[in-house]
Design a binder for this molecule. Structure first.
Ligand SMILES: [Zn+2]
Length: 245
């Protein structure tokens, strides 16, 4: 028992530093554990893990107070956007200079102040549409599920307790870190861009804002710098968006 526990903690650390191919490690460690199979992992468990992970992330992050200019601005941008196709959304601003934003399968949406600093409101909304797209198109869900299935910590906790609630906060933090830094595939990114276009249209906004987001990235971060993913190039995304406008 003790050996397994230490192994889990070590695995989480190794995965975070990213120096070892996670698939190989996951395979090797999982072979010795009682597997929670993909088929038996319930959607509600994935969402619950996402919610608990989000709570951990919030604890570790500097959250803008509700009375701050950032929070008021985000509330204005997302006014009336509490529910998208049945998904309940909750928003917060992280006071962090990085240009980033993410959404989780439970409806958690976090926007970094660094992103809000370089974009006007319509573009921030377009990014939120893109992130919600990752959730609605199941990209975030599949990522979280994959993390859970390849996490020895999760496997060990499930094997003994049958509940995700038994995972320690540091293990949840590790899962959350992986979820936030997840790289989606090129197809996922292009699909999320498309989702944002229809999201903006439905809201009566100009979908061109999504195109402007890519231009802003290019201008501020250069052609290589792109938080949304390193996979599709800006040019690919611009062409794909333009063809739908
Ligand atoms: Zn994306």
């Amino acid at each position: 028992m003790k050996g397994t526990k230490i192994g889990s903690v070590l695995l989480a650390t190794v995965l975070l530093t990213g120096c070892i191919k996670e698939e190989n490690y996951g395979q090797a460690l999982l072979a010795g554990l009682t597997l929670v199979k993909a088929a038996t992992l319930k959607e509600s468990e994935v969402k619950k893990t996402a919610r608990l992970s989000a709570v951990e992330l919030d604890k570790k992050s500097k959250i803008a107070s509700p009375s701050s200019a950032y929070s008021k601005r985000l509330a204005r941008i997302t006014a009336g956007l509490t529910n998208v196709d049945g998904l309940k959304l909750n928003y917060k601003v992280y006071l962090n200079k990085n240009v980033n934003a993410f959404a989780m399968p439970d409806g958690t949406v976090r926007v970094y102040s660094g992103l809000m600093d370089i974009m006007p409101d319509d573009q921030v909304l377009a990014v939120i549409g893109h992130e919600i797209g990752h959730v609605k198109l199941q990209h975030s869900y599949n990522q979280m599920k994959k993390q859970m299935l390849t996490s020895a910590a999760f496997q060990a906790a499930s094997a003994t307790s049958g509940s995700v609630g038994q995972i320690s906060s540091s293990q949840l933090g590790a899962l959350a870190y992986k979820a936030v830094n997840a790289k989606f595939s090129q197809t996922d990114e292009l699909q999320a861009d498309q989702y944002s276009l229809s999201f903006l249209r439905k809201k009566g906004k100009d979908p061109k804002s999504m195109l402007d987001v890519i231009y802003t990235f290019q201008k501020k971060l250069g052609s290589g710098g792109n938080f949304l993913s390193s996979h599709p190039t800006n040019a690919q995304r611009i062409n794909a968006i333009k063809s739908k406008l």
